[in-house]
Design a protein around this ligand. Structure first.
Ligand code: KG4
Ligand code: ZN
Length: 339
């Protein structure tokens, strides 16, 4: 008999309102994502106040749509998993308040999930996963190498000391006059440019360090753009995009492979919005092959923010009996802690 445990996941940490129904932490029955990107695009980035208001408008229909698509009613739901942080506090509060109200009124257990662990758990929805696992998490807010010996246990091998990879993509895209979010735009344009057109710096940091830094690269690209502008030269946008992207990906690939070798894992998992990058997918897979390391990426829709990944992580909280009470609060800078 199939495992009947159904998790309702709710995610509102940034600019997507999402609700999902996931069976046994692995099978996605519904994953509804209402994106606010067209609204924020006008301002060149996410406007927190607007994000909160948009979540308020979307949350009820998105949750109802998820139940409808999954063809289940409330009586089938076993528990509710909601993102408690990190993220925009006003945005998080919308999903969290609604999840708490549902848990209270329907008398369902509630669990609070860290957004970052949600990204890692997206992999459980995509392919069979064996623990321990090593995951490169690359998103708009994070660049982390995380080793996970068992469910709910996280060991940070390295992280960004300044900007996240996705944040660097978004900032450089903005400077190039590309719309928000910049990652997919740079990914697209880079295919038409030369990676070697500009020799942008790679921050390797200390030998054997698994930490990252992208602020020096960002400054180097911005300086180059200024220099070109001052000379009155046209900006070769595709070449800048390709050279910048290559610099980010070189470092991500080299450090992720080094971490996989240090931890002696045969599979390397990747997660987060930047995991959708076509060059990262290609170069990391290629670089890992001679070492006998297989690289696994979630499908594109599970790389960027979604509630199915929150439900996948929430299922394991439920199994471990790690429930939240109605005092659960939204925490903008919630660290990834073991439970
Ligand atoms: O995981 P995510 O949806 O939200 C956060 O938790 O931050 O990641 C969003 C980030 C943005 O910075 C976006 O530009 C980046 O992921 N991104 C990409 C691509 N698709 C999304 N970056 C590079 N290449 C892409 N194809
Ligand atoms: Zn995210």
């Amino acid at each position: 008999m199939p495992n009947p445990i159904l998790t309702l996941g709710i995610e509102t940490s940034c600019d997507e309102t999402s609700a999902a129904v996931v069976q046994a932490g692995e099978v996605v029955l519904a994953n509804v994502i209402s994106t606010q990107i067209p609204v924020h695009r006008r301002y060149g980035g996410v406007v927190p106040e607007i994000a909160s208001r948009q979540h308020v408008e979307a949350i009820v229909p998105v949750v109802e749509e998820a139940l409808q698509q999954a063809q289940v009613d409330w009586s089938a739901i076993s528990h509710i998993a909601v993102t408690a942080g990190p993220g925009l506090v006003g945005a998080l509060l919308v999903g969290l308040s609604y999840a708490k109200a549902l848990a209270y009124s329907l008398d369902l257990p509630l669990v609070g999930v860290n957004h970052l662990e949600g990204h890692i758990y997206a992999n459980f929805l995509a392919h069979p996963v064996q623990l321990p696992l090593l995951c490169l998490v690359v998103s708009g807010g994070h660049t982390d190498l995380i080793y996970m010996p068992e469910h709910g246990h996280y060991e940070s091998l390295g992280r960004t000391l300044d900007d996240a990879a996705g944040e660097a993509f978004d900032k450089i895209a903005r400077a190039l006059g590309l719309p928000y979010p910049g990652g997919p735009e740079i990914d697209r344009l880079a295919r038409q440019g030369q990676e070697t057109a500009f020799d942008f710096p790679r921050a390797w940091l200390e030998p054997n360090s698994f930490d990252f830094s992208f602020s020096g690269l960002k400054s180097a690209v911005l300086n180059e753009l200024n220099r070109l502008q001052q000379k009155g030269s046209p900006v070769p946008v595709a070449d800048v995009a390709a050279s910048f992207q290559a610099a980010v990906i070189d470092v991500l690939v080299t450090k992720a492979i080094a971490a996989a070798l240090a931890k002696k894992v045969s599979v390397l998992y990747v997660a987060g919005g930047v995991a959708a990058n076509s060059s990262l997918r290609h170069k990391l897979t290629e670089a890992a092959q001679p070492h006998g390391i297989e690289v696994r990426f979630p499908p594109l829709q599970l790389c960027t923010d979604n509630a199915a990944m929150i439900a996948a992580a929430g299922y394991h909280y439920w199994r471990a009996g790690k429930f939240a009470d109605l005092h659960l609060n939204a925490t903008a800078n919630l660290p990834l802690a073991s439970w």
